[in-house]
Design a protein around this ligand. Structure first.
Ligand code: ADP
Ligand code: MG
Length: 859
C-alpha cells in the first residue's frame, strides 16, 4: 500500500517504475546531496551501487554488474569486506559516501531509515585500514591570487597552498610564486587537491596542468573567499583573530586554509547543525611555512636525487627508502622522517641542535638503546588522537593511548641528564601532568589484555570500576548458577533425570526432555497455575526431544538479556565518557607526539650514523663544499666496500679560500661514475641540512639556500612537451633562481638537441653559472667544455672579460683503465679533463676493425 502511494505521489517523472521504489528515491536523494561521490548504499548484507556508480564499481573493483528490476545497473560488495573495496575506490581517485541503515530493518516502518555516515575521499582518510603507518596523505587546497584567480593558465602571480592531514591533525599554509607551486606541491605530496570550481564545471587549466598525482576536487568559490574563510577559521579555533597563528587576518593564505577547513568539516559531517559542532577538535592551527626556513628543493631535484622515490617509482632504493629501513621505531617518526628529508633546514641553529642529539646517540650506545625502547612503547598517537576527535576511536585505540601516555615517564627518564635533549625534555615536561592523568584514568577503567576490537559486545571495562556495570554483569554471570538450580528443581519435580535447561540464540531458553519422557510432561502442560509449577508451554518439537518454556524461565530470560544489554550500554557510555576526557587533552597529545616523532627521527639518524660510519658535517657560512671520502648513501648500502669514496672541493678548499673554483666540469667515459659522483655531492649536502650525519670521512658544508638538480633529457616524452623543451625550461629556472648560496647539479645538460646546439648551450650555461658563483657540478660528455677551465690552451688567448668567470671553473674526470682488453672503471674522480680519445679506445676494445678506428682518430 505504502509503496503504491509513494509511487503515485512521485507522479510521472519519466522514470521507469522499477527504478522508482522508495529505496531508490532515498538513494537518489543521497546521490544529490553528495555530488561527485560514489554512493555505497547499504541494503542488508551488501553495499549496493546503481547506475553509473555500478558500472564504475564493475570497472574499478571488478565486481559483477547485474540489473535490478527495469534494467537499473547494479553492483554490490558484501558489508564485511567493505574496507578493502573502499581502499581500492579511493586509490583509484574516487570519493565515496557510505550510506548506512540507521535503524534495525525489523523495526522500520516502511523503507529503512538510512543516512550517509561518512564521506571518504583520497585526502581525508582516517581509518587505520585505509592508511599505511608511514604514509602521509594530506589534503591540499590551492588559491591563485591576481586578476584571473583560478581561471586562465597564465603564469606569474602568486598562489597560496593550505594542506592538512585529517589523520593526524597537522595543518600548514604557504604562499609561493605560481612557478614554484608545483615544487611545493611535490614536497607536500597531497592525496587530494581542492580548487575553486568554475561556472563551466571544468578544471581550470592551471589546476589541470599541475603535475600532481592528487585527485582534484572542485569546491564552491565562496568557501575560499577571505572573509568567509577567516570566519570559518576563527570559529574552528575559537579565536577573535588569526594573528596568534602567525597569520594576519588578510594573509593571502587564509582563503586556501578556510576552503580546506570547510571541506574537512563536510566530509566528517561536522558542518551540520544536527550532527557536528562545526569544529574538528584535533585539527591544529595552521602553521605558516616560510620559504626561508627550509632549503628549497624543487620537484625535478627531488625526483632526480631520488629522495622520496626512485625514478623507476617506489621508495625502494630511494634515500627515504634506505633511511626507513630499520630506522624509526614509531609510526609518527616514519612520517616525520619523510618531512625532514623533503624539507631540510636552512638555518644553522636548528640544524646544530639536531646534530648535538645525533652525536649523543652515536657516542652513547646505551642512550640509543634506551631511547628506542622507550619509543617502542608508543602507539600511533596522532592518528589515535584524530580518530578520537572524529568519534571513531576503538577500544584498542584508547588502550593504546593509555599505554603511550604511560610511556612518557620512561621517555622523560631517558632524556634526563642528557643535555643535548634538554629542549625536548622541557617540551615533554610541559605535558607530563596531563599524560600521567590520562594514563591512570585509562588504566583504571580498561582491561589491559584481550581488548576487544569494538564495543558491540562490551568486554573493555574492568570489573570493579563501575558499580552499575558490575551489577548487570553479576546478574548475567549468576544466570548459570540460577539455571543449574532451576534444572535441579525441575528434575525433582518431574522425576525426569535427563531433563535439561538449555539456550540457543534463535529460540532463547528452553526446557528439553527426550521424546520418551514427553508424556510425563502432560500434567505440567495442563496445569495453568505457574505458582504450582504449571503454566508450561510447548516451544519446539524435535525428532528425539521436546522443548518447553515456563513463565518462570521466560521472566528469567528477559532479565538476563536485559542485563546483558544494559551492561553493554553501560560500557558504551563509560567508554564515551573516557573518550571525552581524553579529547580534552588533545593539545597535550599533540605536543607529546611531536616530541616523540622528532626524537625518533633523530634516533634513526643516530643509528645510521653509527652503523654506516657517517660523520657529523661541519657547517660554515662561506659558500664551500669540502668532502673527503664522500659516499652515495644508497649505493653505500648496496655496494658496501665495493663503493669508491670520492672527495669534493668546491668554492674553496679546506681553508675556504673564497676565490677557489666553484664550478667543476666532470668528464669521463660512459658508466664511469659521473652521475653518481655529482649526486653524492648533492645528497651529502642535503643530509647535512637535515641535522643528520653524512656518509663521508670528513665534510665541511657551507649552508645553502637551494639545491638544484637537472638531468639532460632522454628520448621519452614527458608531459606532452618535448623533452628538450623541458630540459631547457628547467635550466632556465636555474639560471634565474640560482644564487651564490645555491648548489647546482647538472647532468648531461644539452643532450636533448643536436650536438652543436647542445654544446653551445651547455657552454653558455656553464659560463653563466660560473658568473653567478653558485657551487656547481656539471657532468658532461661534451669534452670541448673542458677548455673553459684555466690552464687549457683555449682560455689562454681569450680576452673578452670572461677570464675571471673562467677562473671559477675547474676540470675533473672520472678515471677508467684498460686491463686485459677490458675497461675497468675505477670510479675515482681526479683533477683534470678526461682523455678525449677515450671513446675511440672504447670502440676498439669493443672490437671495431682497426681501419675504422684509425679513420675515426684522423677525423
Ligand atoms: P656515468 O654517469 O659516468 O655514465 P654512473 O654514475 O651512472 O656513470 O655510474 C655507472 C655505474 O657505475 C653505477 O650504476 C654504479 O653501479 C657504478 N658506480 C658509479 N660510481 C661508483 C663508485 N664511486 N663506486 C662504485 N661504483 C660506482
Ligand atoms: Mg651519467
Amino acid at each position: 500500500m505504502r509503496y503504491i502511494a509513494a509511487m503515485a505521489s512521485k507522479g510521472s517523472k519519466g522514470q521507469s517504475s522499477g527504478a522508482d521504489t522508495p529505496a531508490m528515491r532515498q538513494y537518489r536523494g543521497f546521490k544529490e546531496a553528495h555530488p561527485g561521490c560514489v554512493l555505497f548504499f547499504r541494503m542488508g548484507d551488501f553495499y549496493e551501487m546503481f547506475f553509473d556508480d555500478a558500472e564504475l564499481a564493475h570497472r574499478v573493483l571488478g565486481v559483477t554488474l547485474t540489473r535490478r528490476t527495469e534494467g537499473v545497473p547494479m553492483a554490490g560488495v558484501p558489508y564485511h569486506s567493505v574496507e578493502g573495496y573502499l581502499r581500492r575506490m579511493i586509490q583509484a581517485g574516487h570519493r565515496v559516501a557510505v550510506c548506512e541503515q540507521v535503524e534495525e530493518a525489523s523495526q522500520a516502518k516502511g523503507v529503512v531509515k538510512r543516512d550517509v555516515t561518512r564521506v571518504i575521499t583520497p585526502g581525508t582518510l582516517t581509518d587505520e585500514t585505509l592508511l599505511a603507518d608511514e604514509q602521509v596523505n594530506p589534503c591540499a587546497a590551492v588559491v591563485f591570487h591576481g586578476s584571473d584567480s583560478g581561471g586562465g593558465s597564465g603564469g606569474g602571480g602568486r598562489a597560496s597552498l593550505a594542506w592538512a592531514e585529517l589523520s593526524t591533525g597537522s595543518f600548514a599554509v604557504a604562499t609561493v610564486e605560481v612557478d614554484g607551486l608545483a615544487d611545493e606541491l611535490a614536497r607536500v605530496g597531497p592525496g587530494e587537491l581542492l580548487y575553486c570550481e568554475t561556472a563551466d564545471g571544468e578544471v581550470p587549466p592551471r589546476v589541470a596542468e599541475l603535475p600532481t598525482g592528487a585527485a582534484k576536487t572542485g569546491r564552491p568559490g565562496w568557501q575560499f573567499r577571505p572573509a568567509e574563510a577567516s570566519e570559518a577559521l576563527k570559529k574552528q579555533y575559537r579565536v577573535a583573530s588569526l594573528a596568534g597563528f602567525g597569520l594576519a587576518d588578510d594573509d593571502p593564505a587564509v582563503g586556501a586554509a578556510g576552503g580546506l577547513l570547510a571541506y574537512l568539516l563536510e566530509t566528517q559531517k561536522r558542518d551540520e547543525p544536527s550532527g557536528g559542532d562545526g569544529v574538528l577538535p584535533h585539527l591544529r592551527p595552521p602553521r605558516a611555512v616560510a620559504q626561508t626556513q627550509h632549503l628549497v628543493i624543487d620537484r625535478a631535484s627531488l625526483a632526480s636525487l631520488e629522495v622520496e622515490s626512485t625514478l623507476r617509482g617506489g621508495d625502494e632504493g630511494s634515500l627515504l627508502g634506505v633511511f626507513r629501513r630499520g630506522g624509526c621505531v614509531t609510526a609518527m617518526g616514519k612520517r616525520l622522517l619523510r618531512e625532514w628529508l623533503c624539507y631540510p633546514l636552512a638555518e644553522r641553529g636548528p640544524i646544530e641542535a639536531r646534530q648535538r642529539v645525533v652525536r649523543a646517540l652515536v657516542d652513547d650506545r646505551r642512550f640509543a638503546e634506551e631511547l628506542a625502547e622507550a619509543l617502542d612503547a608508543l602507539h600511533d598517537v596522532p592518528r589515535i588522537t584524530a580518530r578520537l576527535a572524529v568519534d571513531r576511536a576503538t577500544p584498542r585505540d584508547v588502550v593504546g593511548l593509555g599505554r603511550s601516555a604511560a610511556a612518557a615517564e620512561k621517555l622523560a627518564e631517558v632524556l634526563a641528564d642528557r643535555p643535548p635533549t634538554s629542549a625536548w625534555a622541557e617540551r615533554l615536561d610541559a605535558v607530563r601532568g596531563e599524560l600521567d592523568d590520562m594514563a591512570q584514568r585509562i588504566a583504571a577503567a580498561c582491561k589491559d589484555e584481550d581488548v576487544p576490537a569494538h564495543l558491540r559486545d562490551g568486554g573493555l571495562i574492568r570489573d570493579g570500576f563501575d558499580a552499575e556495570l558490575d551489577e548487570q554483569r553479576t546478574l548475567k554471570r549468576d544466570a548459570n548458577r540460577w539455571l543449574a538450580g532451576y534444572q535441579k528443581k525441575l528434575i525433582d519435580r518431574t522425576g525426569v533425570a535427563s531433563l535439561k535447561v538449555g539456550f540457543n540464540k534463535v529460540f532463547g531458553y528452553y526446557i528439553e526432555v527426550t521424546a520418551a519422557n514427553r508424556v510425563k510432561m502432560e500434567d505440567f502442560l495442563s496445569d495453568p497455575d505457574p505458582e504450582a509449577g504449571g503454566g508450561w508451554a510447548r516451544k519446539q518439537t524435535l525428532k528425539n526431544a521436546e522443548r518447553f518454556i515456563t513463565p518462570e524461565l521466560k521472566e528469567f530470560e528477559g532479565n538476563v538479556l536485559r542485563a546483558g544489554e544494559r551492561a553493554v550500554a553501560r560500557e558504551q557510555s563509560l567508554f564515551a565518557e573516557l573518550c571525552g576526557s581524553c579529547r580534552e587533552q588533545i593539545a597535550a597529545l599533540h605536543g607529546y607526539a611531536d616530541v616523540a616523532a622528532e626524537l625518533d627521527v633523530l634516533l634513526c639518524f643516530g643509528r645510521r650514523a653509527a652503523r654506516y660510519r657517517y660523520v657529523c658535517p661541519e657547517l660554515v657560512d662561506t659558500p664551500t663544499l669540502d668532502f673527503a671520502g664522500a659516499r652515495h648513501p644508497v649505493l653505500d648500502e648496496l655496494l658496501g666496500d665495493g663503493l669508491v669514496p670520492n672527495d669534493v672541493v668546491l668554492g674553496g678548499a679546506k681553508d675556504y679560500e673564497a676565490d677557489a673554483p666553484s664550478l667543476a666540469l666532470i668528464t669521463g667515459p660512459n658508466m664511469a661514475g659521473k652521475s653518481t659522483y655529482i649526486r653524492t655531492a648533492a645528497l651529502v649536502t642535503l643530509l647535512a641540512h637535515t641535522g643528520g650525519f653524512v656518509p663521508a670521512e670528513r665534510a665541511v658544508v657551507g649552508l645553502c639556500d637551494r639545491i638544484f638538480t637537472r638531468v639532460g633529457a632522454h628520448d621519452e616524452l614527458h608531459a606532452g612537451r618535448s623533452t628538450f623543451m623541458v630540459e631547457m625550461t628547467e635550466t632556465a629556472n636555474i639560471c634565474h633562481h640560482a644564487t651564490p648560496g645555491s648548489l647546482v647539479i647538472l647532468d648531461e645538460i644539452g643532450r636533448g638537441t643536436s650536438t652543436l646546439d647542445g654544446l653551445s648551450l651547455a657552454w653558455a650555461i656553464a659560463e653563466h653559472l660560473a658568473g653567478v658563483g653558485c657551487r656547481c657540478l656539471f657532468a658532461t660528455h661534451y669534452h670541448e667544455l673542458t677548455s673553459l677551465a684555466p690552464g687549457s690552451d683555449r682560455t689562454a688567448d681569450r680576452d673578452d672579460g670572461t677570464s675571471k668567470t673562467l677562473a671559477n671553473i675547474t676540470n675533473l674526470n672520472v678515471t677508467a683503465r684498460e686491463w686485459n682488453d677490458q675497461i675497468v672503471f675505477l670510479h675515482r674522480v681526479a683533477a683534470g679533463a678526461a682523455d678525449r680519445s677515450y671513446g675511440i679506445q672504447v670502440a676498439r676494445l669493443a672490437g671495431l676493425p682497426d681501419p675504422v678506428v684509425k679513420r675515426a682518430q684522423e677525423l
